[in-house]
Write a protein that binds this ligand. Structure first.
Ligand code: ATP
Ligand code: MG
Length: 388
């Protein structure tokens, strides 16, 4: 028997996805006004799910293509992916074949057809080839390339080849966005769990992305969260009153669909035990939260991410801040942070590190000027598993 329609880990689609129409409308408005976007939001908030849902919408005049480029660490591989995707698009349209036949011959393309492009030559400059191809063709719909994990790709390039290569990569992308002949045919929506702003700041390249419009995905409102729980509730005989639903939301505080999903999933496991009645009580919710906290893989990525973002004393400093915030009832003051920065000799850089922790969704500043964990659940997990 299924009690909830939960999904954890992979992107939420179909019956698992809770729609946020006002966000869809806002995104399309931006696109129609000619903007190119940077979708920014912390890890696990639902960026991929949101973007995939956009790709599935039929909007007259637009053709949206989704790409995820997380593992790419070379600029040429990135543009090869775009080039291939564009060729694939062209190959579905007979009228464009003539205009590209010369390119196909020159580049010794072995196979061409939907889902069957084979590029023989690997030593081509795919950035240049991509531009050449786009100049040659006329599309009847604006092509929107959604590039998920773009900031991860940029970070990979910087880590493996240095800041100079990272800047070049960002400049090339900017060139595609700014070329009038290209941007009337193709536009870009970038996304990623790590702040592109923070990455570019680190290599002194913030200006290269200042033409992008920041598109935020906020956490759920209380009403959205309540509706989502109702949508995911499939067992007709289940008793789950609003008071208990609100109790759960109150416990979660930071209304990320991910946390709602993991607690509901644990609740389902508890309710499926023999001789249990199908009723969610406050006790069930407390127990479900406890169970979810035991699952390392639900939270571990918050820690591993910190490990890859920061090295050496930068990592230790960031971790000590989170450790202190996790142990404290009230949070951690700016003075304590400054003292820690002194201890690690990070007076110059500590602000960037704090901004990065804020952007990534670990902490935020309260009205009382105190930094606190956004998620009380993550706070408990951190205290139990990472703090010493
Ligand atoms: N709109 C939604 N409706 C229901 N569940 C959602 C929704 N958005 C996100 N989720 C939940 O959050 C989880 C993570 O979603 P998703 O992979 O889209 O987030 P993300 O921001 O792309 O994560 P990452 O930063 O790891 O790339 C999903 O597995 C699902 O449990
Ligand atoms: Mg994602």
């Amino acid at each position: 028997m299924e009690i909830f329609n939960t999904i954890i880990g992979s992107s939420a689609e179909g019956k698992h996805y809770f729609h946020r129409d006002y966000l869809d409308q806002r995104l399309w408005q931006y696109i129609e006004h000619g903007n190119q976007l940077l979708v920014s939001a912390p890890r696990r908030i639902g960026k991929t799910s949101f973007l995939l849902n956009i790709c599935n919408q039929k909007k007259e005049g637009y053709n949206v293509k989704y790409h995820i480029t997380e593992s790419i660490n070379r600029e040429n591989d990135f543009f090869k992916r775009l080039y291939k995707s564009l060729l694939e698009e062209v190959s579905t349209k007979q009228n464009l074949w003539v205009s590209i036949s010369e390119i196909v011959k020159k580049n010794k393309i072995a196979k061409i057809g939907p889902g069957a492009i084979e590029l023989k030559s690997s030593d081509l400059n795919y950035f240049e080839e991509f531009k050449r191809l786009i100049h040659k063709i006329d599309l009847d719909e604006t092509l929107i390339f959604v590039i998920d994990e773009f900031s991860e790709t940029t970070e990979n390039i910087i880590n493996d080849q240095g800041g100079k290569a990272g800047k070049l990569f960002l400049h090339q992308n900017r060139e595609l966005r700014q070329d009038k002949n290209i941007n009337r045919k193709i536009r870009f929506i970038y996304s990623g769990s790590i702040g592109l702003g923070n990455i570019t700041e680190r290599i002194g390249a913030i200006k290269i992305i200042n033409d992008l419009t920041d598109f935020q995905i906020p956490p759920f409102t209380e009403n959205e969260a309540l509706e989502m729980i109702t949508q995911l509730t499939v067992a007709k005989e289940l008793i789950f009153d609003e008071i208990e639903k609100r109790y759960l939301l109150n416990k979660l505080h930071w209304l990320m669909p991910y946390y709602i999903q993991i607690v509901l999933d644990e609740t389902e496991t508890l309710l499926l035990r023999p001789e249990t009645i199908l009723e969610v009580k406050k006790k069930t919710i407390n127990q479900a939260i406890d169970e979810s906290l035991k699952r390392r893989n639900y939270f571990e990525h918050w820690h591993t991410r910190l490990r890859t973002t920061f090295k050496g004393k930068y990592y230790t400093f960031a971790k000590e801040i989170l450790n202190a915030a996790s142990k404290s009832k009230t949070g951690i003051s700016k003075t304590t942070i400054f003292d820690l920065a002194e201890k690690f000799d990070l007076r110059e850089e500590y602000n960037t590190i704090i901004r990065s922790l804020e952007y990534d969704g670990y902490i935020s500043i309260s009205k009382k000027n105190i930094y606190v964990f956004n998620s009380p659940i993550l706070k408990i997990w951190w205290e139990r598993n990472i703090s010493i």
